[in-house]
Design a protein. Structure first.
Length: 604
């Protein structure tokens, strides 16, 4: 398939024919021609549109199983190519014909992205990826240019409320409870709240911090985002064009505060979520909040969303002598900014992202830093390597709306991401070979992931075990940050660490960059054993090919978990919001939602 032989019209015709044939096949309710339309190794990913699930189907029999009955129940129709079809390349599948399409179902408008490859012998095209994604509920469109709120705010009655009065009342929740309570005003909570607001859903976000954005403000002094601005825009409101490629943490924090304000999100800061119980008969939660004035407030929302970050609760290892340790001990989740560092000896335990970032920060603030590395790490340069993972966003910034780029990104299911990241991560390692060799020379243990698929699969599977180099690796390779590889702390004695190889180090500051407990434990702490067991493990790729229990329905009715990278939160919060809206409007019943709950299968 060379571009010289194929015109744009050919591409359009190929995509349109596929969509027409697919629709006819579904309408005929027979899937006998599926093998003509789908590559045997092809993927169909559905984001609510046809199944009310976030789910990936791989191979003919899974796709067939998923599509069975869809023609008569969800009744997808009017599949139309949107814009022009294009050419592309997809890893081992080679050259593709691809493009956006729109369609509708009984309840929703939807769109998707299709990638076709030519059949051997040139007879036709078969789909290697087919994404179907809900965009709107037909009877409940999002607020937007076409349907702005037309309330005329300048009333004639004396003392009538103006916009500010109404905002104050909406935020105060004096005489009502929200329909949705979101715990956590990080980007995940804010983005979901913005999406719900566009759907006219009454949502309150609570956060125990003083100000929106504090979660970023409190992180180490030197932190800038590790991925590029093109992938980090917020929904409905992109960052200004003049902003830098890598966002400093405080700039992002201030943006989040601004976003909450201009998006008119109802946020209560200095408010701690203490716990909640679910009343299945009345389908509502009773949530306990400690508010900013110290009082207790009970709220009865229909839906509860946990947006407390996907790292979970700090994991503090048992170390003999820790309680009596003479120096300062901080977990990487804590604040190191106000700790004296000049001339101090700091031991950073761990060799993941936080460990590297904190070690670098302490070094720059005059500390003598030693990093203790127990197990190997995937190290990747930010440029040129890690940037390859987000090149889709950079290439398309200013070319097409971020919503379109999110659709293109979502059209590659996680299992295919894994397959693509094998060769991609090896290419990264090749380009980073000088840095990696220098690290090996000082004894730093490296890996490329358990199945040689690099850092991104580590992120999707367990959010740890990698570092995108923003300088710490160079400091380690140059010996300016010292390394203790392959040992553990045997015990702490006074202000000394005694290692498993018998060596000793005076330590003023001990930083435990030792990771996090699984997020299911945070659910347990907040909602009890029964709910935690019902929901099951969170994050990691499940048997349904999706992130377990993230963004979609869980097995606990009316309970959702959102979080992760900024890109994921922006792209996937749309589906959480639509699911909640559909439930609130009675469009889907309990059975179809629980059938749509995230699979609890083992991590892939
Ligand atoms: C050092 C570091 C660098 C990162 N760099 C990037 C990057 O470059 N790009 C990227 O996309 N991602 C990055 N991430 C990952 C991710 O974007 C962040 O972890 C982000 O903060 C997650 O957002 P969130 O909304 O899911 O949760 P968080 O930002 O963790 O927000 C959770 C909020 O919940 C609140 N909360 C928790 N418990 C309660 C309670 N009981 N009651 C009330 N409030 C509560 C907290 O106060 C907090 O404000 C980074 C993460 C870290 C740690």
């Amino acid at each position: 398939m060379s571009s010289g032989e194929i015109t744009e019209e050919h591409l359009d015709r190929a995509a349109t024919k596929w969509l027409t044939d697919f629709e006819a096949m579904l309408a005929g309710n027979g899937l006998s021609t599926l093998a003509d339309l789908f590559h045997p190794d092809g993927y169909w990913r559905d984001l609510l549109a046809l199944t009310w699930k976030l789910k990936t189907f791989h191979g003919l029999s899974e796709v067939q199983g998923g599509l069975t009955g869809i023609g008569s129940t969800t009744h997808p129709r009017n599949l139309r190519l949107q814009g022009r079809a294009m050419t592309g390349v997809l890893g081992e599948f080679g050259p593709t014909v691809e493009g956006f399409f729109t369609f509708e179902t009984e309840l929703a408008s939807a769109r998707g992205y299709l990638r076709l490859v030519p059949e051997a012998g040139g007879a036709g095209f078969r789909a290697v990826t087919f994404l179907t994604a809900m965009t709107a509920l037909k009877n409940f469109p999002e607020r937007g240019r076409a349907n702005r709120d037309e309330t005329f705010m300048r009333a004639v009655e004396a003392g009538a409320d103006n916009w500010l009065d109404r905002r104050g009342a909406a935020r105060a929740y004096r005489d009502r409870d929200p329909e949705v309570l979101i715990i956590g005003a990080g980007q995940a909570g804010l983005m979901l709240a913005a999406r719900l607001r566009h759907l006219d859903v009454d949502a309150l976000v609570v956060d125990r911090d003083e100000r929106v954005g504090d979660v970023w403000r409190k992180r180490y002094h030197s932190l800038t985002l590790h991925n590029e601005i093109a992938s980090n825009h917020f929904p409905y409101l992109s960052f200004p064009d003049s902003w830098p490629v890598y966002l400093p943490k405080d700039k992002l924090a201030n943006w989040m505060e601004f976003y909450a304000d201009v998006m008119e999100l109802n946020v209560w800061t200095r408010t701690e979520f203490l716990g909640a119980t679910y009343d299945g008969a009345n389908r509502q939660w009773t949530a306990r909040l400690r508010t900013s004035d110290g009082s207790l407030r009970m709220m009865r929302p229909r839906h509860l969303v946990m947006a407390i970050g996907v790292s979970g609760l700090p994991n503090i290892p048992h170390i003999e002598g820790l309680d009596a340790f003479k120096g300062t001990v901080i977990h990487s989740s804590g604040r190191t900014d106000d700790v004296a560092t000049q001339g101090k000896s700091a031991l950073v335990v761990g060799a993941g992202t936080s460990a590297h970032d904190i070690a670098q920060d302490l070094y720059m603030r005059g500390a003598e830093v030693t990093m203790l590395q127990r197990s190997s790490t995937t190290v990747v340069s930010i440029v040129p390597s890690a940037a390859k993972a987000t090149q889709l966003f950079r290439r398309n910034e200013g070319v097409r709306p971020i919503e379109d780029v999110d659709i293109m990104g979502a059209s590659v299911p996680y299992d295919l991401v894994r397959r693509l990241h094998g060769p991609l991560s090896r290419q990264m390692a090749f380009e980073d070979r000088d840095l990696l060799d220098r690290l090996r020379k000082v004894g730093f243990a490296l890996d490329n992931g358990e199945d040689d698929t690099g850092f991104y699969m580590k992120l999707l599977r367990r959010l740890s075990g990698y570092y995108l180099n923003v300088g710490a690796s160079d400091l380690i390779a140059d010996g300016r940050i010292k390394l203790k590889p392959g040992v553990e702390i045997d015990r702490l004695e006074g202000a000394e660490a005694v290692f498993s190889d018998g060596s000793r180090l005076d330590v003023d500051l001990l930083v435990l960059a030792t990771g996090w407990k699984p997020l299911q434990e945070a659910v347990r702490a907040m909602l009890g054993d029964e709910v935690a067991e019902r929901v099951g493990p969170i994050w990691g790729i499940g048997a349904d090919g999706e992130l377990r229990n993230m963004f979609g329905a869980t097995r606990q009715e009316n309970f959702y978990v959102v979080g992760g990278t900024i890109t994921m939160c922006r792209s996937l919060s749309r589906y959480t919001a639509l699911l909640i809206k559909a439930r609130l409007e009675g469009l889907i019943d309990r059975a179809s939602v629980s059938k749509g709950a995230s699979d609890r299968g083992e991590v892939a």
